[in-house]
Design a protein around this ligand. Structure first.
Ligand code: 5AD
Ligand code: SF4
Length: 442
């Protein structure tokens, strides 16, 4: 079906957005496009957008502006803007006015229809489709790209939690779980083409299967994926602390390929703020979950997401978040300033926090977390960890890089022939972001 045309796909935001971008690339492949990273020679540019924070939207608007200049040089270029930003209530009209040079606008539920939109755009038509709900079976999107060591696999779509700050439930719709047989089939297909590690994706994987009868939950799915031959590692994101069951922690503890890494977004350490965020747990409950993990898996790594400057957050509330960093010893934390998202309850709450206060709190939080992460890496020195060798190190291509089961990045010397295999590495040094190690000779 090759027609000599080239497509560049750019994804902003979370792994789900990246996975959607892969699906879009696959759809264009069927329409005869070859994937490329050279914007200058592209016939089609697809941007899969994110709207979780204003900063992401601003970056994307900047990119759409750059693409206008590219189109002035190459009037045959087609531009497609897809995903969460387009799906926001009322956003399409505003975006269309601002960027009339865009050829295709498509919401999060319109991926399945993208080949039709593309064909219409190729006939010089400007097209825009934003369905309010998904219209087709969620299984019928193309499979992830073949031949890579790591793959993202959607297990569910949407979110029902409605955290008061978050736009995601408004742009990705209600929770829908994929059929387990389809998920296993997709992973088998990926493994047959060389994939050795999968990350199972969902906004809240811990509530996977809640609509299934007879009962089949996330722990059951993990147990089944763990049986797939040749697959070496299984990761998953994101877990909501309120739904982290004992059964899940026990399944990970018993599993062979299930990595001992828990990404458990806490968002805030203050019960007052957690309640205003509609997170449905307390700091005490969160700490009890952490304790359960530590009891069963003393070596497990924990990472988190934190928002500072949520409306009404006092200095005391913020201090309680800082205290959590010391209690939990996160290996990594993704930290954000609260960003007002219109249409969410928090956007109209009183006591919005001034930007300078948010910035100051973010700086302090990052300072504390950098120290905690360093201490976490330092306690790894001298111990031996199983590492999946991913390829040459990005910072020093003469060395190799890989990840521990806890998702810590390690750099070491070795023969490139071991890429894609598991090796044991003794940690000898802990840098500010990575670890340095030596392969253990057996
Ligand atoms: N402002 C700042 N951060 C946000 N997140 C989600 N919504 C917002 C917002 N309005 C963060 C949360 C979530 C992560 C993916 O993004 O921490 O876990
Ligand atoms: Fe947003 Fe909360 Fe759903 Fe995560 S769980 S996507 S933060 S609403």
């Amino acid at each position: 079906m090759e027609n000599g045309k080239k497509v560049v796909t750019i994804a902003y935001g979370c792994q789900m957005s990246e996975r959607d971008a892969e699906t879009l690339t696959e759809i264009t492949r069927d329409a005869g496009y070859k994937s490329s990273d050279q914007l200058e020679t592209a016939d089609l540019v697809i941007v899969n957008t994110c709207c979780v924070r204003e900063s992401a939207e601003n970056r994307i608007l900047g990119k759409i502006g750059e693409l206008k200049k590219l189109k002035e040089k190459n009037p045959n270029l087609k531009i497609a803007i897809c995903g969460c930003m387009v799906q926001q209530p009322g956003a399409l009209e505003r975006l269309q006015k601002r960027a009339p040079h865009v050829d295709i606008w498509a919401g999060t539920h319109n991926l399945s229809d993208f080949s039709v939109l593309l064909r219409r755009a190729e006939q010089e038509e400007k097209v825009a489709e934003v369905w309010q709900e998904p219209k087709i079976m969620i299984e019928s999107t193309p499979l992830a790209e073949k031949g890579k060591l790591h793959a993202n696999v959607n297990i569910m779509y949407g979110c029902d939690n409605f955290c008061s700050y978050c736009i995601v439930p408004h742009v990705r719709g209600r929770e829908r779980s994929r059929n387990p047989e389809e998920i296993i089939r997709e992973i088998n297909y990926l493994v047959a083409s060389g994939c050795r590690e999968v990350t199972l994706l969902g906004q809240n994987v811990n509530s996977y299967g809640k609509e299934f009868s007879p009962v089949y939950d996330f722990a059951d799915l993990l147990h089944h994926v763990d049986q797939i031959p040749l697959l070496l590692r299984i990761r998953y994101i994101t877990s909501h602390p309120k739904d982290l069951s004992d059964k899940l922690i026990e399944t990970v503890a018993k599993g062979e390929k299930l990595c001992e890494h828990f990404h458990l977004p806490i968002q805030s350490g203050s019960n007052f703020i957690l309640q205003r965020m509609n997170r449905k747990y307390t700091r005490e409950y969160y700490l009890s979950r952490v304790q359960k993990i530590r009891d069963l898996l003393p070596q497990a790594s924990l990472s988190t997401d934190i928002i500072v400057g949520f409306p009404g957050e006092s200095e005391e509330d913020f201090e309680q978040t800082l205290a959590m960093m010391d209690s939990v010893h996160y290996s990594q934390a993704f930290t954000f300033m609260y960003s007002k998202r219109s249409g969410t309850p928090a956007a109209i709450m009183e006591d919005q926090i001034p930007l300078d206060v948010k910035k100051r709190r973010l700086q302090r939080l990052m300072g504390v977390q950098n120290q905690v992460s360093l201490e976490w890496r330092q306690q790894m020195i001298g111990k031996v960890y199983e590492v999946l060798v991913e390829g040459p190190s990005k910072t020093n291509p003469t060395r190799l890089a890989g990840r521990t089961r806890g998702n810590e990045l390690v750099v070491f010397s070795g023969n490139p022939a071991i890429i894609g295999t598991l090796v044991n590495v003794r940690i000898v040094e802990a840098g500010s972001w990575t670890l340095v190690g030596d392969i253990e000779r057996s």
